[in-house]
Design a protein around this ligand. Structure first.
Ligand SMILES: C[S@@+](CC[C@H](N)C(=O)[O-])C[C@H]1O[C@@H](n2cnc3c(N)ncnc32)[C@H](O)[C@@H]1O
Ligand code: SF4
Length: 337
C-alpha cells in the first residue's frame, strides 16, 4: 500500500541554465545558493526516499538539468534501483554522447520544449528546432514516452494547431501551457516581456484556439491534459486566478526543500494551514513524515491564502492520476483520457 495517493513528483534539479528564455524568471532572477544544490549522492538518496513514499513518476526539470554531468548516472541509478519512471524536461541543448548516456541509463520519458513546429517560421528562443530533432532521434533510439512542452504566446498562438498536428503524426504528446505573464513575482514562471505574456494576444484569439483544440482532441490528437484543462485555460489563463487546491504532486527544489505549489517559490507548508515554520527537506523525511504532511494539508486554507495563478496542465494530469491510480497512463494524448 502506498503511503498517500500522491504518485507524482516534480523536481527542480538545478536552477542553472545555459539558455535564457524571456518568459522564464526562474533562472534569471531568483537568488539561490548554488552551493546548496544537491549533488548526485543527494539525488540518489532523494529518489530512494521518493520510491519509499510510493512516488511512481518523476518529472525532472530545472533550470536545465542536462547542464549537470552527473545526470546520466542518476538516470541509471533510478532505472536499476527504484520503481520510478523518470521523465527529463529539457531545452535539448546537449550533445550526442550525452544523449547516448541518458538512453543507455534507461531514460523512460523525455519532454522537449517546442514552441514552433517549423523552425523556418520562428524559433526565437532556440529550443524548438533542437527539441524536435531530439524527440525524433530519441524515438528512433526507443525511448518509451515522448512529449513536447509547448507554451502559448502571442507570437505562436496561430501556430499551435499545426504543432499539435505535427506531434500527433509522430506519436509525440503535447503538454500545452499558456505563457504566464504579469508582475506577481511571488511566482517563479512570470514573463516580464509583452511577447511572453498571453494577456497580449488579440481579443478572442485564446477562446478560438481552445475550441480548435477541443475538436482536435476529440479527433484523437495527442494532447496530454484532460479536456477540463482546456476549459480552465479559457477562464483563468489571462486573469491568472486559477487555484489548484489539492496536494497532488510532490515538488522538490534544487536543495531538496519541499515546495507546495506548481509555481510558487520555496514556500513553507504553513501556507497550507500546517502550523509550523519548519521547512521540509526530502533528505530528512521519513515515509511517515510524508504521510503526516499529506494528512495535515488543508486545501481550504491553502486556497484562501493563494493569490491564484494560471492553470498548469501537469497539475491536471497529476490530479487525474491521483484520482484514478497509477493505472491511468501518465502520458497519453488519446481521446477521453
Ligand atoms: C522551466 S522549463 C525547464 C526545462 C527546460 N529548461 C526547458 O526549457 O524545457 C519547463 C517549461 O516551462 C516553460 N515555461 C517557462 N516560463 C514559463 C512561463 N512564464 N509560463 C509558462 N511556461 C513557462 C518552459 O518553456 C518549459 O517548457
Ligand atoms: S525555460 Fe528552460 S531553457 Fe528557458 S530559461 Fe527557463 S530553464 Fe532555461
Amino acid at each position: 500500500m502506498p503511503y498517500t495517493k500522491v504518485t507524482e513528483a516534480q523536481i527542480l534539479g538545478t536552477r542553472e541554465c545555459n539558455i535564457r528564455c524571456d518568459y522564464c524568471r526562474l533562472v534569471r532572477d531568483i537568488p539561490f545558493e548554488r552551493k546548496d544544490e544537491l549533488d548526485i549522492d543527494g539525488w540518489k538518496t532523494a529518489f530512494s526516499k521518493m520510491d519509499s513514499f510510493g512516488i511512481k513518476t518523476v518529472k525532472g526539470l530545472g533550470g536545465e538539468w542536462s547542464v549537470k554531468e552527473y545526470l546520466p548516472e542518476l538516470v541509471e541509478f533510478i532505472t536499476n534501483n527504484t520503481n520510478i519512471k523518470f521523465a527529463l524536461l529539457s531545452n535539448s541543448s546537449f550533445d550526442n554522447p550525452y544523449r547516448t548516456k541518458l538512453v543507455d541509463g534507461g531514460l523512460n520519458s523525455y519532454f522537449a520544449s517546442v514552441d514552433w513546429a517549423d523552425p523556418k517560421i520562428l524559433d526565437s528562443n532556440g529550443k524548438s528546432a533542437p527539441g524536435l530533432k531530439m524527440l525524433l532521434e530519441l524515438k528512433e533510439l526507443g525511448v518509451e514516452n515522448l512529449g513536447a512542452n509547448t507554451v502559448i504566446m502571442p507570437q505562436n498562438i496561430d501556430h499551435i494547431p499545426q504543432i499539435l498536428e505535427f506531434l500527433t503524426e509522430n506519436e509525440i504528446v503535447m503538454n500545452l501551457c499558456p505563457a504566464h505573464g504579469g508582475d506577481n513575482y511571488a511566482f517563479e514562471y512570470r514573463a516580464k516581456t509583452k511577447s511572453g505574456n498571453i494577456a497580449n494576444c488579440m481579443p478572442g484569439e485564446l477562446e478560438e484556439l481552445v475550441d480548435t483544440l477541443f475538436d482536435m482532441k476529440d479527433d484523437g490528437c495527442f494532447f496530454a491534459a484532460p479536456a477540463s484543462y482546456l476549459d480552465a485555460i479559457k477562464t483563468h489563463a489571462i486573469p491568472l486566478d486559477w487555484k489548484c487546491g489539492e496536494f497532488s504532486q510532490l515538488r522538490i527544489d534544487a536543495n531538496g526543500d519541499l515546495k507546495i505549489c506548481p509555481d510558487g517559490g520555496p514556500m513553507h507548508y504553513v501556507n497550507a494551514g500546517i502550523e509550523t515554520n519548519e521547512k521540509y527537506n526530502i533528505l530528512s523525511m521519513s515515509p511517515n513524515d510524508f504521510r503526516d504532511l499529506y494528512a495535515s494539508f488543508d486545501a481550504n486554507k491553502w486556497r484562501a491564502r493563494c493569490p491564484g495563478c494560471g492553470p498548469w496542465s501537469a497539475q491536471y494530469r497529476a490530479e487525474k492520476n491521483k484520482r484514478y491510480g497509477i493505472g491511468d497512463p501518465v502520458l497519453s494524448g488519446r481521446k477521453n483520457r
